[in-house]
Design a protein around this ligand. Structure first.
Ligand code: BG6
Ligand code: MG
Length: 248
C-alpha cells in the first residue's frame, strides 16, 4: 500500500494552507507556508482573572488619592507595566508625586495585589484554558507565556500551570512594556519561531497593538469594540477553536 503523507497531499491540493488539526499530528517544519507554529498567551485576563485584582488594587490607591477609578479608566492600565500604570493613575487623578512617593505608591499597590493573589487556587484558571494549551501542544504548536507582570511566575506557580509553557517571558525580562512588541519578539526568539508564525492571545488594547507591531496574528479576548484591531475576537479564551489556526 502506498504511503500518503497527508501534509504533502493537502499542501499540493490547496493554495491556502487548509488542513485539519488533530491529536498527535504536527505540521511539517520544513514547509515555507505561513503556518501558525506557536501560540503566545498573555496572563492577566487571558488565563486567569488577575486583571480584576490589578483593578481592585489600583482602585484602592486611587481612592486614597481622592478619586474613583472606573472600569473604563482601567482599560488603559491593562497590559502596561506597573510604572506606566501608576503614571496613568496619577494623571487621571490630577496628582503629582516625587519619584520616591511614586515608588512607595507602586509598592503599596503591589502588596495589595499580592494579598489578593496569594490565596489563588489552580481552579481559578479560566475554564477550558488548560485544555486548550494541552490540545495545542498535542497538535505540535509551541506555547509561551508573555506577561508584562513581574508577578507572573508567582501566579502561574499558584495555578500550577508553569510546566505547560515551552517559554516564559515576564515583566522582569523586558525593557519596554506593551504596546511595544519587545515581549512578544522575545517569546518568539525563545521558542525559535518567526514572528509571523505566532498567534497571540490578548485581552488588552495595548497587548493587541504589541502583537501586531511584532508582525504576529492576534486573538482578542473580550470586548470587540476595545479589541477591534485583533484578527479574531472571542468572548473567552477557551472559545477559540484550534481549527481556526489554519484560517488566520
Ligand atoms: C499586566 C497587567 O499583565 O501586568 C497590568 O495587565 C499590570 O494591569 C502589569 O499593570 C504589571 O503587573 P505587575 O504585577 O508587575 O505590577
Ligand atoms: Mg492581560
Amino acid at each position: 500500500m502506498q504511503y500518503l503523507n497527508p501534509w504533502k497531499r493537502l499542501i499540493k491540493s490547496s493554495r491556502k494552507p487548509i488542513f485539519e488539526f488533530q491529536q498527535g499530528c504536527s505540521p511539517p517544519a520544513e514547509t515555507n507556508l505561513n503556518l501558525i507554529r506557536a501560540c503566545i498567551f498573555d496572563l492577566d485576563g487571558v488565563i486567569v482573572d488577575t486583571a480584576h485584582y490589578h483593578f481592585l488594587a489600583w482602585k484602592r490607591l486611587a481612592r486614597e488619592l481622592g478619586y474613583e477609578l472606573t472600569l473604563a479608566d482601567n482599560e488603559n492600565l491593562k497590559g502596561v507595566s506597573r510604572k506606566r500604570s501608576l503614571e496613568i493613575v496619577l494623571e487621571l487623578g490630577g496628582v503629582t508625586a516625587t519619584e520616591h512617593e511614586k515608588e512607595l505608591m507602586a509598592n503599596k499597590k503591589n502588596t495589595w495585589f499580592n494579598d489578593y493573589v496569594e490565596r489563588m487556587m489552580p481552579e481559578e484558571i479560566f475554564p477550558g484554558v488548560r485544555q486548550l494549551i494541552v490540545d495545542l501542544k498535542k497538535n505540535g504548536i509551541k506555547v509561551a507565556l508573555a506577561s508584562s507582570s513581574k508577578n507572573a511566575r508567582t501566579v502561574i506557580q499558584l495555578l500550577r500551570i508553569q510546566h505547560e509553557f515551552d517559554a516564559i517571558v515576564d515583566g522582569t525580562m523586558i525593557e519596554h512594556s506593551k504596546p511595544h512588541p519587545e515581549i512578544f519578539l522575545l517569546a518568539a526568539k525563545k521558542l525559535d519561531v518567526k514572528p509571523e508564525e505566532c498567534l497571540v492571545f490578548e485581552d488588552a488594547e495595548a497587548g493587541v497593538a504589541a502583537a501586531l507591531a511584532a508582525g504576529m496574528k492576534c486573538v482578542g479576548v473580550g470586548n470587540p469594540q476595545q479589541l477591534n484591531k485583533a484578527n479574531e475576537i472571542v468572548a473567552k479564551t477557551a472559545d477559540f477553536k484550534i481549527s481556526e489556526l489554519s484560517k488566520l
